[in-house]
Write a protein that binds this ligand. Structure first.
Ligand code: HEC
Length: 166
């Protein structure tokens, strides 16, 4: 076999492999369909230590909330979240490290779509807001001119978590 035939059979094999397993996804979520026109195969180097980099939002104003929201949130938290997140697991240095300078929307979205783990999305919208306000307060969010935390995504995306370890 000359080089050309080897290359051609390699491509055929690859096409066959794709046709039988069309759901092969690269780490970036790209999708190679069975009839995609691909060039010669290129060795893929996947970095096993790659991490998704969450966009920082250090330049945004700090998110604001009302003390009444945080108070309601504390009650919801102890009823609903404390069973799994007891003894300040979401309050303190670890929370600050993972969430400081991130958009408040990111936290709200994570909590609202995945928590409580045994009933994701099970709380009312307002209750999620209250819980987020409580988490901000408990982690000492800067509040220079308290205003209510609203589920309006524009304002949530435009404000950041500005917490410091208690
Ligand atoms: C049945 C158990 C359970 C309940 C109830 C629960 N959680 Fe979680 N939660 C988890 C687990 C498990 C994780 C993932 C573990 C981790 O990464 O810390 C998690 C992760 C989180 C995270 C992400 C932590 C991070 O910084 O990555 C947040 C925020 C959170 N939960 C908030 C809440 C809130 C608010 C409630 C109540 C409305 C709640 N959880 C109820 C089990 C639970």
């Amino acid at each position: 076999m000359n080089r050309r035939t080897i290359l051609a059979s390699a491509i055929l094999l690859a096409t066959y492999a794709c046709a039988t397993a069309p759901n092969v996804r690269s780490p970036l979520g790209a999708y190679l369909s069975p009839n995609a026109k691909t060039g010669p195969t290129v060795p893929l180097r996947v970095d096993p230590n790659a991490r998704v980099i969450l966009s920082g939002a250090a330049g945004l104003p700090a998110a604001q909330f009302l003390a009444s929201q945080a108070t309601r949130g504390a009650a919801i938290y102890s009823r609903t979240c404390d069973t799994c997140h007891g003894a300040g697991t979401l309050v303190g240095a670890t929370f600050v490290q993972s969430w400081n300078n991130r958009r408040v929307y990111d936290l709200y979205a994570v909590v609202r779509s995945t928590m409580p783990l045994d009933n994701p999305g099970g709380l009312k919208d307002g209750e999620y807001l209250d819980v987020v306000a409580y988490l901000l307060q408990a982690n000492k969010q800067q509040t220079d001119r308290p205003d209510s935390l609203k589920s309006d995504t524009l304002s949530m995306r435009g404000t950041r978590i500005a917490v410091s370890a208690p």
